[in-house]
Design a protein around this ligand. Sequence first.
Ligand SMILES: *C/C=C(C)/C=C/C=C(C)/C=C/C1=C(C)CCCC1(C)C
Length: 262
Amino acid sequence: MPELSTTEYELIYNAFSFTFAAMFASFIYFVLVRNQVAPKYRGALTMSSLVVAIAGYHYFRIFESWGSAFILVDGQYVENPNEFFNDAYRYIDWLLTVPLLVAELVAVMALTRKETTSLTARLAAAAALMVILGYPGEIADDNGTRALWGTLSTIPFLYIVYVLFTELGGAIEKQTGEAKVLLTNIRLLLLATWGFYPIVYMIPFISEDPTSTIVVAVQLGYCIADIAAKCGYGVMIYSIAKAKSEAEGYVPGSDGMAAAAA
Ligand SMILES: *C/C=C(C)/C=C/C=C(C)/C=C/C1=C(C)CCCC1(C)C
């Protein structure tokens, strides 16, 4: 780890703190709006809540790890010899949340059980493989190793994109009204936000020795991407579930009354 100026150190400190707050607030929101959608879409909302809960927990750990990985010496933050900044939290987080994110997209589409199982299994497996293959490159000291694992990780990534535009594309075409528009948009959001991660991953290729600017850019990049890909995406999943519920004539709160009347 290179030395960081107080501004650089604090920028990342605050970015982690903010991302934690965003995950925490999103969790409360997704839990509160869950009953606004028809029962068959609630599974997707539950997955959104799990994603931000898992990510919030990991951001808290990342935040703590950042806090203890540096010590202030003569106005500069230098690496603490007794603690290291643990990047593994981020990858463990992705390993759990990335498969859930693809699963919630499939869930909100309410396809047949067979289609749902097959799509979820393949997309979730590819997502997990992508994260596992990326990790050795992320922690590598040399850019050759980083490039090798990054390339391998791109293979399952491209598979996901392929499925999103072929099979899932076909299923989106069959949807109607507002839900169809929203589903087309969320697919673009997924592509844009997920596409941002490999770009951030490539920042260290700029130079052989990691400079403080590179460290800051990578951490900040991942924070922004995580907020968009988890909180923003979750809000869109909710909009889709809500639009589909309304189109199907669902009235929020009506299931409680139906149960009471029965
Ligand atoms: C909430 C976290 C999300 C949505 C994380 C997504 C991560 C990726 C799409 C990562 C992709 C990568 C590549 C395609 C190649 C380089 C290595 C990775 C793991 C950064």
